[in-house]
Design a protein around this ligand. Structure first.
Ligand code: AMP
Ligand code: ZN
Length: 458
């Protein structure tokens, strides 16, 4: 293994951190739940994408780039997608309208997460390309007594699984006692969940032995992970909100369909992102899409480059909640600027020395790794290693800045205006340059002459 210390990961299933031992070190297999493509992804979704991208990068570093398979699915069947299609394209046939919504939304997602420095996963399967696999799994669950048909649905029978609830630590008695929602009369147990449901003529549907219908949400990840990663694989990830019911139910489906002891050996969950101390929600007006942060000035009055957003995210450990604030983003800008300046003309080292991985190998201690980058570049004179570690984390420190040839002339014109005490003109030029993202710093040189330094702001 290419680390000084073995990789260790916190496992939600065992509630403990333990050394990571892949089933096959020639093919380490990771699955993360991806986006439901009905609208722009928000910055909370961005966090999940970044966390599992970081893990993917680390695994590639440790086991070799060709020895890791990362699957991130695209959920393109969902009632929210249907609603969006009806709203946006009322004149198109529903199938066509749905195709438009999912294609544009998933293309936007790819662009957004690429800007956040995320590599393309090895495989990005779409739910709609895996309906036959889902149906086969549902049939297996019916055949072995873990599912039943009732009220136009195929349901998973939670009582058929003796250890249902292990991941979330809920048992069926808790669920019953806590059930405040009206119980569907056709369910044997209120916790039974949908594997297949019938579609009306207006809803998208696929023919099946149980009538024309569509899959429930959980079955898609069970079917796709089986297809691309096998019945049992190494790591399954997603946001904390997915532990129950989504991941609990994925486990129930996969284990009962396969008769296996585990769906994935390690379950990892990223903490939630809140904005300025509050839950991000449309109604509070503090809901921000990745696209908005990158391309508009809605948050904090300026655009934020992807590298800044990524570093700001990684400044917190992935299991901690993040309070997403302008202050945090400004801190990230300051750090990147310091590193870029101090690194000067140095290039990233071609090889990441194993000792640099120590912090990340400890359950993705990104705050520790960022501290390490800082010390390497600023204190230890090891800028090449600092840059290599940043690059490994998907953070680009050095920018290729394109500067308009006219800038130097405008800076000189402002200096002349200052010397002529024409402060109004000097300020106007300063504002004009600020609008182009250029910051000016005045200073006196060794002869006591006024000079101006300038740099392109992030
Ligand atoms: P969704 O498209 O809502 O299914 O979510 C895609 C991924 O983003 C899942 O792994 C979610 O758990 C995660 N996620 C959603 N909201 C947040 C949030 N506010 N903070 C962190 N992760 C989130
Ligand atoms: Zn999933």
């Amino acid at each position: 293994m290419n680390t000084a210390k073995p990789l260790s990961l916190y496992n939600t299933l065992t509630r403990a951190e333990a050394p990571f031992v892949p089933m096959d070190s020639n093919n380490v297999r990771l699955y993360a739940c991806g986006p439901t493509v009905y609208d722009f992804a928000h910055i909370g979704n961005g966090r999940a994408a970044i966390v599992f991208d970081l893990l993917f990068r680390l695994l590639r570093q440790v086991y070799g780039a060709d020895h890791v398979t990362y699957v991130r699915n695209i959920t393109d069947v969902d009632d929210k997608i249907n609603a969006r299609a009806l709203r946006d394209f009322p004149d198109l046939p529903l199938n066509e309208a749905i195709r438009r919504v999912t294609e544009t939304t998933s293309a936007q997602y790819q662009k957004d997460v690429a800007a956040l420095g995320c590599l393309e996963p090895s495989i990005q399967p779409r739910a709609t390309d895996n309906i036959a696999e889902m149906q086969a799994m549902i049939q297996r669950l019916l055949d072995n007594g873990h599912a039943y048909q009732a009220g136009g649905e195929v349901l998973f029978a939670v009582e058929s699984m003796s250890d249902y609830g292990q991941l979330s630590g809920r048992n069926l008695a808790d669920n019953l006692a806590g059930a405040r929602i009206a119980v569907d009369v056709h369910k044997r147990n209120p916790a039974d969940f949908v594997l297949w449901k019938l579609s009306s003529a207006e809803e998208p549907g696929w023919d099946s032995p149980w009538g024309r219908g569509r899959p429930g949400w959980h079955i898609e990840c069970s079917a796709m992970s089986e297809r691309y990663l096998g019945e049992t694989f190494d790591i399954h990830g997603g946001g904390l909100d997915l532990i129950f019911p989504h991941h609990e139910n994925e486990i129930a489906q996969s284990r009962c369909a396969h008769g296996s002891h585990a769906m994935a050996n390690v379950w990892m969950h990223n903490g939630f992102l809140q904005v300025e101390g509050q839950k991000m929600s449309k109604s509070l007006g503090n809901f921000f899409t990745i696209h908005q942060l990158l391309e508009t000035t809605d948050f904090g009055g300026r655009k934020w480059p992807g590298d800044v957003l990524r570093l700001a995210m990684l400044m917190s450990h992935y299991r901690e909640p993040i309070d997403f604030t302008v202050k945090r983003l400004e801190e990230a800008v300051t750090l990147l600027d310091k590193w870029e300046r101090a690194a000067g003309a140095t290039d990233a080292a071609a090889i990441v020395a194993p000792d640099l991985l120590e912090r990340l190998a400890d359950d993705l201690d990104t705050p520790g790794a960022i501290g390490r980058i800082h010390a390497l570049i600023l204190d230890e004179g090891r800028a090449a290693d600092g840059l290599a570690l940043a690059e490994l984390m998907g953070i680009r420190v050095k920018r290729e800045v394109e500067v308009d040839a006219g800038v130097a002339a405008r800076v000189a014109a402002r200096l002349a205006a200052l010397n002529a005490r024409d402060f109004a003109k000097a300020d106007a030029i300063r504002d004009e340059l600020a609008g182009q993202g250029i910051a000016l710093m005045d200073f006196k040189d060794e002869n006591g002459e006024r000079q101006t330094k300038w740099e392109v702001k992030r």
